[in-house]
Design a protein around this ligand. Structure first.
Ligand code: IMP
Length: 184
């Protein structure tokens, strides 16, 4: 079928276009801008998956007095969550009294997100907000609720716009879903 792509032997079909992503990124950015007006937020971009979303979102939020830092956790192997969250790259920035916005690619089981928020809370920030490009509410094992969500989706495996399958496909401008799991 036209527009299908194959990555590591798995077939994916188009799911969310770059145009639709731009519209929702702009909406989330304006929500964050309104909530953090007059603040000097610290954006924490969660590597690797959020690097493209964070770059677009943080520029669209357009608050000049902000900092951008990077953290890295890991819980996925292939197309399934391993259930164990490991911190791979920690934070050196002082977050005491700061307004923190965590920027993540996707909340699936919510284990990584919960682990991250607990980790950040120990650093005594003034506030923590959580922005995610995608949320799979039906996959939740924690009840974790992000503050900002660009798209709520069904529990299918997706790639593109930063999201990968074993390190591949992050550079696709659009988002694709694994074939036969596409149910909007
Ligand atoms: P969680 O801890 O189960 O919520 O998973 C969070 C992490 O799993 C995300 O940061 C992604 O790196 C990865 N992940 C979850 N769902 C997908 C997916 O559909 N495609 C690619 N990566 C995913």
């Amino acid at each position: 079928m036209e527009n299908e792509i194959t990555v590591n032997g798995l077939t994916f079909v188009p799911y969310i276009t770059n145009e639709e992503i731009k519209t929702q990124v702009e909406r989330v950015a304006s929500e964050i801008r309104n909530d953090l007006r007059g603040c000097e937020p610290v954006f924490l971009c969660v590597l690797n998956g959020a690097f493209i979303f964070a770059a677009d979102l943080i520029r669209a939020v357009d608050i000049s007095d902000c900092k951008v830092c990077f953290v890295r956790y890991s819980s996925y192997e292939g197309t399934n969550s391993s259930g164990k969250v490991k911190t791979l790259m920690g934070l050196t920035e002082d977050l005491e009294g700061r307004d923190v916005v965590i920027v993540e690619d996707i909340v699936d089981t919510g284990l990584t997100a919960s682990h991250m928020v607990d980790d950040i809370r120990k650093r005594n920030p003034r506030s923590i907000r959580f922005a995610t490009l995608l949320h799979k509410p039906e996959s939740s094992k924690t009840g974790f609720k992000p503050d900002y969500v660009a798209f709520s989706i069904s529990p299918s495996f997706i790639i593109g716009y930063g999201l990968d399958l074993d390190g591949k496909a992050r550079n696709l401008p659009d988002i694709y879903v694994i074939k036969d799991q596409a149910k909007c």
